[in-house]
Design a protein around this ligand. Structure first.
Ligand code: PMP
Length: 442
């Protein structure tokens, strides 16, 4: 017998525009979160290794953030961008103080996608003669029409008619370098190809090059310091604005405040989002002072400087600093990575273990030599872990699907992190056993 409430929920699932028809039976309905834990409507508890799209760098529902948001709600909830609010000015001052050196201006908005668009507009405002904006293969910069076009091609893209065209540049792959090359050689070749494209493959100047210091949705692709340095040199040679998209890597995730600090990158513009809001929607752009500011009307959105999100962000960033979450991410990341490397010795499915900090993933492969993606096995690992109360991240985007992502809140307790890794160990054994059975059946 369905209760009245579950009947309403069932009808709600049917009504949602973003659900497959009939609703996704696997999709949990979350009712509560605290720190690294979430609970579903049946009261079942889970360790959340996704930090809800890697956004709760500070554990969920931190009382400092909640109180700040409530207090702000009592004062003023909404002010249009033609006005300032105290939280806007205080967070602006704080963001500039923690930014990589030289980034001393900041703008706010609510979503990472809109922050990326803000950065692209800033590039065009400052280089109106330029015809192009460059992105990397396997990039992910969001889901607005423009940022979607700036991302890995969308399977069966029906939006193209209204999307801008980006200059797509090759990138090295440290796990699968181009045929017969070492990863260092692949990095050098990619840089050389980019130089060739900029010299001979485009018409007119390039306003900006945007990339993620570690590609997230495109497959947890890590780059070497040599690559980051090479890209900076290329941008300098051509007068290209270098935009670093730290929506996923920022606010302590890598064990430093910014991946730019971790890799020694010198961005002209940095995009932030996710973790900055302490669980509230907040994102923005940091930029060098030498760029012209936006003119009135260039980038004004009704809720772009939403006081409640800004107050939550101010409290979250202060907490990230006070609790030294960068150090926590580094320690927890080291522990997780060591355990995963140890598991890799015993589990043939684990092809690669990736970090840094608490930006951790494993790539599952059917064979360590051919590196054939173990896609169905990965989904099985995800499912079995969820049954056991651990939610891992999956890579379902763009036909990837063989990554298991372990990116919990940076302040996850050692006990919860250990339990999540124990469950991973257990379910890998099960899935490897199932693979053996399938093998013998044939
Ligand atoms: N850039 C990167 C690197 C991201 O990972 C994301 C979100 N996954 C975005 C931009 C877009 O952010 P949002 O979903 O908040 O628009």
């Amino acid at each position: 017998m369905l209760t009245h409430q579950s009947q309403i929920h069932a009808r709600g699932r049917q009504a949602l525009l973003h659900e497959p028809a009939g609703g996704d039976p696997d999709k949990l309905t979350l009712v509560k979160a605290l720190g690294s834990l979430v609970w579903d409507e049946a009261g079942k508890e889970y360790i959340d290794c996704t930090a809800q799209a890697w956004s709760n760098n500070l554990g969920a529902n931190d009382p400092r953030v909640i109180e700040a948001a409530i207090e702000q709600t009592r004062q003023i909830t909404h002010a249009r961008p033609t006005f300032h609010t105290p939280v806007l000015l205080e967070l602006a001052e704080l963001m500039v103080s923690i930014a990589p050196r030289g980034l001393d201006r900041v703008g706010f908005t609510l979503h990472g996608s809109m922050a990326v668009e803000m950065a692209l507009k800033l590039a065009m405002r400052n280089r109106p003669d330029a015809q192009h904006i460059a992105i990397l293969h396997d990039a992910y910069h969001g889901r607005s029409l423009t940022t979607m076009a700036a991302s890995w091609p969308h399977p069966g893209n029906v939006f193209g008619v209204l999307q801008p065209r980006f200059l797509r540049l090759p990138r090295p792959d440290l796990y699968r370098p181009r045929a017969n090359l070492t990863s260092a050689e692949d990095t050098d070749l990619s840089l050389q190809l980019i130089r060739d494209i900029l010299a001979k493959g485009t018409e007119g100047p390039v306003a900006a090059l945007i990339y993620e210091p570690i590609q997230g949705n495109g497959g947890h692709n890590v780059f070497s310091t040599r690559w980051h340095r090479g890209i900076r040199e290329i941008c300098d040679e051509h007068g290209i604005m270098l935009i670093i998209d730290e929506v996923q890597t920022g606010l302590g995730r890598t064990g430093r405040m910014w991946a730019s600090d971790y890799y020694g990158i010198d961005p002209d513009v940095l995009v932030f989002g996710k973790g900055v809001g302490g669980g509230f929607p907040l994102a923005g752009v940091l930029a060098k002072r030498r760029y012209a500011k936006f003119l009135a009307g260039d980038d004004q959105l009704t809720f772009g400087q939403f006081p409640i999100a800004l107050a939550a962000g101010l409290a979250a960033v202060r907490a990230i600093i006070a609790d030294d979450l960068c150090a926590r991410a580094a320690e927890n990341g080291k522990y997780a990575t060591q355990r995963l490397l140890e598991m890799q010795q015993r589990h043939p499915l684990i092809g690669d273990v990736r970090s840094p900090g608490l930006m951790v993933s494993i790539e599952l492969v059917r064979d360590r030599i051919s590196k054939e993606p173990a896609t169905t096995e990965s989904h099985r690992v995800f499912e079995l872990a969820q049954e056991r109360g651990v939610i891992f991240g999956e890579s379902r985007y763009g036909g990837l699907g063989n990554l298991i992502k372990i990116k919990p809140p940076l302040d996850i307790s050692r006990e919860h992190l250990a339990t999540a890794l124990d469950v991973l160990d257990e379910v890998l054994t099960i899935v490897e056993g199932e693979g053996q059975e399938r093998f013998h059946d044939h």
